[in-house]
Write a protein that binds this ligand. Structure first.
Ligand SMILES: CC(C)(COP(=O)(O)OP(=O)(O)OC[C@H]1O[C@@H](n2cnc3c(N)ncnc32)[C@H](O)[C@@H]1OP(=O)(O)O)[C@@H](O)C(=O)NCCC(=O)NCCS
Length: 186
């Protein structure tokens, strides 16, 4: 693999770029404090912008590692910061990674995360040399499953009642999906 880290990328409607500490206000306002966005996630709404600032400081520091694949999603037209996408747990020997993403509610349902993730997959397979990208979502999180499906990630199994939602305590099934390099774009 040729690790290139979080290179700035572009699609028709989006700029994907590195996070900066001064993104805190927009990120907090647009989704990081929204319980609807975090409903199926492994973190709770931040509650206080100080939490967001501390997190973004950490994220900025992580770019020193060339294996860090973590983008802020910005709308080209307006320059608004609307979401987050990353490839976590990049493994050099296995050539694998796992996607994670979220976006402000105001921008859901416009095909934007699908557009962002397709470009990340192109970058990961064509430029960096990943072999496999996987993703997992709560079975009830239809929108997330659909993004993965539209991007070509095939269902690979269900972990029954694997995850307990942080806010409601409900136990939900987790669907695992994945795509291989040779499947991308087919
Ligand atoms: C999941 C998420 C990133 C999707 O982003 P998005 O930009 O709205 O996604 P897209 O518009 O590219 O695609 C969403 C698809 O799901 C469909 N969808 C969404 N909710 C749906 C529902 N309740 N029932 C049926 N389809 C639904 C949309 O119609 C669209 O499919 P289509 O293009 O075939 O019409 C966004 O909803 C989000 O940030 N959610 C909160 C955080 C989260 O859950 N992250 C993922 C954790 S695994």
């Amino acid at each position: 693999m040729k690790h290139k880290g979080t290179k700035a990328l572009e699609t028709d409607r989006l700029l994907l770029r590195q996070w900066r500490e001064d993104d805190a206000e927009a990120a907090f306002t647009n989704w990081m404090n929204d319980p609807e966005v975090t409903k199926y996630l492994t973190w709770k709404p931040h509650g206080d912008i100080k939490v967001t600032r501390e997190l973004l400081k950490l994220w900025e520091a992580e770019y020193a590692d060339p294996w860090c694949y973590h983008w802020a999603i910005v709308l080209k037209g307006s320059g608004e910061l609307i979401g987050d996408i990353s490839i976590m747990r990049a493994s050099e020997y296995q050539e694998t990674g796992e996607v994670g993403y979220c976006m402000g509610r105001a921008w859901w349902g416009k095909g934007l995360m699908t557009e962002a993730f397709r470009e990340i997959l192109r970058y990961c397979f064509d430029e960096v040399g990943f072999y496999r990208i996987s993703g997992s979502h709560a079975a009830d999180n239809i929108g997330s499953g659909r993004v993965m499906e539209k991007c070509g990630l095939k269902p690979e199994g269900v972990r029954r009642r694997f995850f307990r939602l942080l806010l409601s305590g409900e136990r939900v099934d987790i669907v695992d999906r994945g795509i291989l390099r040779e499947e991308f774009g087919k």
